[in-house]
Write a protein that binds this ligand. Sequence first.
Ligand SMILES: Nc1ncnc2c1ncn2[C@@H]1O[C@H](COP(=O)(O)OP(=O)(O)OP(=O)(O)O)[C@@H](O)[C@H]1O
Ligand SMILES: [Mg+2]
Length: 332
Amino acid sequence: MATIVSIASGKGGVGKSVLAANLALLLAKRGKRVVLADLDIGGADMHILFGLLNPPLTLTDFLNRRVERLADIAQALPVHPGLTLIPGTGDTLATANMPHATKKRLIRHLRELEADVVVVDIGAGTSYHALDFFLMADHHVTVATPDPTSVLDLYRFIKLAAIRRVLSSFLSRDAMADALSDRDFSSVEEVLEVAGHTNEAGRAVAEATLRTFHPALVLNRVTGRSRVNTSVLKKLLTQYIGASLTVLGEIPDDPAIGRAVRGYLPVVDSEPASPAAVALNTTADALAMHMEESRRAQEDLDQAALAASLLVSSYDYGVHAIAQPVSVECGG
Ligand SMILES: Nc1ncnc2c1ncn2[C@@H]1O[C@H](COP(=O)(O)OP(=O)(O)OP(=O)(O)O)[C@@H](O)[C@H]1O
Ligand SMILES: [Mg+2]
């Protein structure tokens, strides 16, 4: 099963697609089989960044079931043999109102792709589509520029993502789902309070869900005076959302990126020595390390779970072994 990395932002135009394209290519260059999926519903343009002006098949073909398997619309990219692209869909009523079942089918197919990593570019803003595609991933990367409006929009995005994540964790619990479903929450604390009032364990479940939410941040178009904004954002997130934020990288504002976009090539290929390309390499290393650490932590958890289940089954076996002769004796 592929590891999914989602890339999102609150504000548009901050560099998500450029970041997604370059990170995907860099992971492929590090030996991973990578699929880059354009899930910017309505604003899909990733194919342009690779010079694919008219992709023969797009996500629309999969969503409309003209193509059954998502893998069949993935296209090889000449830039690297380890990288393929799932071109995004245009803005149609069908995609804007994508039914839940279609969204689930898409997410299932993304997970089942034969790849090591699926990098997903998500549309800007806080639509349910954007939040759900962002949250389905194993690793959540957000992008902002040092511009205060971009930072504020990112704060709103992460806050709503955290609320939706907590709400989703209650979907299978009937009483809680009823209590939470009709309300318009504006803060995570409000959700925790209602959850806590509805049943005793509610607040604990909600807090546990939040503890596993660790969005990472890439600051893009950084110039000399941007550090203050990052620390304010980190403080806000810890204080009001309870989510910690790892800064994965800082990409400088660099004209090489504009040139690369106009030349239909990721900057790490067209100008590998440029400041932006160097920073993107550092960011890809940080992401790869982050993924490796989570993989190891998960392996440890799986092993602990396996050890615990072996202990339980040997205990079962022991009880069974003792119980059987007794029951035989009783039966005789
Ligand atoms: N670090 C940078 N330095 C200079 N220019 C940049 C940088 N990052 C992005 N840009 C410019 O910003 C433009 C927008 O970037 P991009 O398309 O990646 O944004 P986006 O967040 O995906 O936008 P949208 O929300 O519309 O999908 C690029 O075409 C590029 O010219
Ligand atoms: Mg984009």
